[in-house]
Every structure is written in C-alpha cells, then in structure tokens.
Design a binder for this molecule. Structure first.
Ligand code: BGC
Length: 503
C-alpha cells in the first residue's frame, strides 16, 4: 500500500522558499558549479520510436525480464522523449539560485541505429537532442553531456560482441559516433564525458552478467571489455582535442565510480594493503591508464598474472597495451569525473574458485558495507558521509591533484516512499558538508557537484522499485507527472551566492 496518495502529493508539491544553507566550514567558492543529472535509458522511453535502434538494455529487459526485480523496462520510463518541456520546467525551478547545469546522456542507437555511422544516422533522434540542448541554453542551463551511459546499440553486440571486440571495430564505431556528436552539438555543448562508470559496464555487463548485455565471463571478458573501453575513450579524447577543442573551447573527460574502501582494521597493514588493492582494481583500473602511466596498475598486472599461472592459463586475461597505446591513453581527461555513493569495509582474502579465476578473486580483497551504517533502499548503499572526503583526498594524492567534478551522488528510497524525503535531505547535507571540508581543509580541487537524480527513474536491475529522484514521478500516470520532493527545495537552496556558474 503506497504511503502517499497522488492527490495528497499535488497539494504538498510547492517549493518552500529557499533560504541559504549555512555550512559550519564556511561557504562554497562562488565559482562552484551545481548540477543535477539523469541518463538516456533511465528516463527517455520511446524505445522504438522515430527510427531509434534497439539498445542492449532494450534487448536485456525484453528477453530477461526475470533479471529485473519488478520485471519492468525502460520502454516508457519517464517519457522524457516526449516531455522535454516538463524536464526543462523542473530543472529550471531547481535552478533557483544555484543549479547551473544539467548532465544527461545521449542514446547512441537513437542517433545511429546500428551503431555504425556508415549505416546512416536517425535525424529525429539527432533533433531530439538538438531541441533539448537549445531549450536548456534558452533557460540558462548548461548541458553536460555523457556520450555513453550503458545503452550500446544491440547491433554492435550481435555483430562484434560489443565491448569484447578486440579487433578495433568497436573502438572505431565509438570514435565515429563521438566525432559526429562533437560536430553536431559541440557548438553548444562545452562539457563532454566519454563514458559513465566503465567499471559497471565491464564487471556487471561482461563479467557477472547482472546488467546488459548479460555476458558471463568473470575472469576474462570483464578485462577485455574494459580494455576496449579505455582505447575508445582515448580515441574520443584525441578527436576532440585535435579537431574540435580549439574552435569549440570545451572540455572532455571520463566519469569513474568508486566506493571508499576503509580497511576493516586501520592499524593492520594487511588490511590497509587490501584496501589499496581494492582501489587499484576498481578506480585504478581506468584511472591509472588515463591519469597516470598509460597502463594498468602494477598490482593488477601482477595479481592477474600470478593467478593465471596458478590455473595454467598461458594467454593474457588482462590484455596488454602497446607502448603506442600507453602514450595515447595518458593524460586523456581534462577533469576527474567522480560518481560516489557509499563505502565498504575491506579485509584481505584469498580464494581460488573452481570454475577458474575471476575479477573478484584476482583482487585478494573482500568488502561489504557495515551493518552499523545507516542503510538506504538499495542493498549496496550505506550512508557514510566521511567516505567521500577520504576518497577525494585519495584521488588528489594518487592522480596529481586533478580538477574533480562530482558527477553523481545520491541515495535511494523505496517505491512506496513519497515527498517527505528527509533521508535524502540529510544524505545531501552530510555528504555535501564533507565535500566542503575536502575543499577547505584538504585543498582538494573539487569544482562541481551533481545530484543523482533529477527525478525517479528506471534503476537498472531494480526497475522502478528504488527511487533516487529529487522529483517524485508517478509511473502509473501516462503523463508521468514530476513533483518536487523536500530534497528539491533543499538542493535548490544550497549555493546561495546567486552566481550562475557554468562547469
Ligand atoms: C549510475 C546510475 C544509477 C546510480 C544509482 C550510478 O552507478 O550511473 O545510472 O542509477 O548509480 O544506482
């Protein structure tokens, strides 16, 4: 039984006037940028309209319904494909005195139905994003655009095994797609993100098969997928850098997701080393090639190699970059895009699965949330505000003090929860305060913060059972009405400086 009736919600849906939030540690710099975010498959719907191609998430949700907790799909989602006006309205209201940008992703198969540009583009799909970008700018909201948020064209999966392909075809297909996007939208888009959380694509999509395309290969495929994603990212960066940067004057980078990993016993060297290994396998897997050496972290090369040896595997499960590729990888992000939600406690652990080595066992580190930390509606998401500060300091120290944009941070509630989302207000308050401490006390170069999510949406394998939005969405109403929650008022009041900042 839902806790709120729709009628009750409408009557309580007004914004309370924002008052400037006072932080104990002072204020955010005037130049700090605030945004909110979504992704194409999670909000757009219109899955087969106007010539859009099928994506791996369309296929996955249609064929493997049992993998989605409520058996749902993103077929209609928030219907954003037909409701640009409603989206602009709520972003604009949120803008108030703070929110200056909106991060969203482009659906590759909506723009290029088969994924390969020579097969042709889909003009209505191209126009949809043209309209969205124009409307945002007309309302003083800067677009921050993610080029890939997990919805690969199914045709690329069918023909080439998607990101598993090591022949270079997938890298070229992505490079052509991004080139087209820079050419088409780059006059107005000044902030590009190549990939959202490649870790999730590799591990959940091609490792343990919990996400599309549901390919199970936990000891090899997982590494191959990551390998072609890193090469594709580097290509996209160089295309932008060499051809468009000078005239379009934007920036381009990548968004990585990382939990903070706290050693279970902070005085035990083995625990500390295990947590460092865990960071190397999660963040370092992508960040080391892109922000540091051009290659994978030593500990990954070492551990994967040793474990292959144990199993008498003579080929490289962790593919090797050539010297030329390492050079191409290095320094290919103008900023460090960080998605962060939670933390884990880590202990060293060593086990040898019968089926063969896996990405998980290769790490020799195991982790989980702590039962004493306040939970959320997502089994994996515990509220650990201090974790974000530790993580920001670690990124600063490990990757040469990069400019950091927090491109996602947020918390879930249950489907039955309503507008009084105090849990989310508190989560944002506490996490944002820790971000401020990292800026003021630890001199971390954080330039922007993005709240996930603009509105409740399709939460991947959890369907609609978890709500992450600042706005409540009525998924049984064909209009998909969006109503601000308490957290929307709170978030709107944050910056206080009145400065309109572009990322
Ligand atoms: C993803 C989002 C997702 C959110 C909450 C992030 O990993 O980028 O698409 O909805 O986490 O799970």
């Amino acid at each position: 039984m839902p806790r709120y009736r729709f009628k009750d919600m409408i009557s309580t849906s007004k914004f309370t006037e924002p008052s400037h939030e006072i932080f104990y540690y002072g204020d955010f710099p005037n130049t700090f940028a605030w945004g909110t975010t979504s992704s194409a498959y999670q909000i757009e719907g219109g899955w087969n309209e106007d010539g859009k191609g099928v994506s791996i998430w369309d296929e996955f949700t249609h064929k493997l319904q049992s993998q989605i907790s409520d058996g749902s799909s993103g077929n209609a989602a928030c219907d954003s494909y037909h409701r640009i006006d409603q989206d602009i309205k709520i972003i604009k209201e949120l803008r108030g005195i703070s929110v200056g940008y909106y991060r969203f992703s482009l659906s590759w198969p909506r723009i290029i139905p088969t994924g390969e540009i020579n097969d042709g583009i889909n003009q209505p799909g191209v126009d949809y994003y043209n309209n969205l970008i124009d409307e945002l700018l007309a309302n003083n909201i800067q677009p921050m655009v993610t080029l890939y948020h997990w919805d690969l064209p199914q045709a690329l999966q069918d023909k080439y095994e998607g990101w598993l392909d090591q022949s270079g075809i997938i890298v070229k297909a992505f490079a052509d797609y991004t080139d087209f996007c820079f050419k088409t939208y780059g006059d107005r888009v000044k902030f590009w993100i190549t990939f959202n959380e490649p870790f999730i694509t590799a591990q959940l999509g091609y490792g343990v098969a919990a996400f599309a395309p549901g390919h199970y290969s936990p000891g090899e495929g997982v590494y191959y997928a990551a390998h072609s994603i890193i090469k594709s990212h580097a290509q996209a960066y160089h295309i932008y850098n060499n051809t468009y940067r000078e005239s379009q004057k934007g920036q381009i980078g990548i968004t990585l997701n990382t939990n903070w990993v706290e050693p279970m016993t902070t005085t035990d060297l083995d625990h500390i080393e295990a947590s460092q290994r865990s960071l190397a396998f999660s963040t370092g897997w992508f960040a080391e090639p892109i922000f540091n050496s051009g290659d994978y972290p030593d500990v990954m090369i070492w551990n994967v190699g040793n474990r292959s040896e144990y199993y008498n595997i003579t080929y490289d499960r962790l593919p090797k970059f050539t010297e030329e590729e390492k050079e191409l990888n290095k320094g290919t992000s103008d900023f460090f895009g960080l998605n962060h939600y939670t933390s884990n406690l880590i202990v060293p652990c060593s086990y040898y699965p019968e089926e063969g080595p896996t990405y998980d066992s290769d790490q020799e580190a195991c982790g989980d949330g702590c039962a004493e930390w306040p939970p959320s509606a997502s089994s994996w998401l515990y509220q650990v505000p201090w974790g974000i500060r530790k993580l920001l300091i670690w990124i600063k120290r490990t990757y040469g003090d990069p400019v950091i944009y927090i491109t996602e941070n947020g918390i879930s509630e249950h489907f039955s929860d309503g507008l009084d989302d105090d849990i989310r207000v508190n989560y944002y308050k506490n996490y944002i305060d820790e971000v401020l401490k990292a800026i003021k006390e630890d001199d971390v170069n954080v330039k922007g913060y993005t709240a996930w999510s603009l509105m409740d949406n399709f939460e991947w394998a959890e369907g609609y059972s978890e709500r992450f939005g600042l706005h409540w969405v009525n998924f049984t109403d064909p209009e998909r009405t969006r109503i601000p929650k308490k957290s929307a008022s709170y978030y709107r009041s944050l910056a206080g400086s009145g400065t309109y900042v572009r990322p």
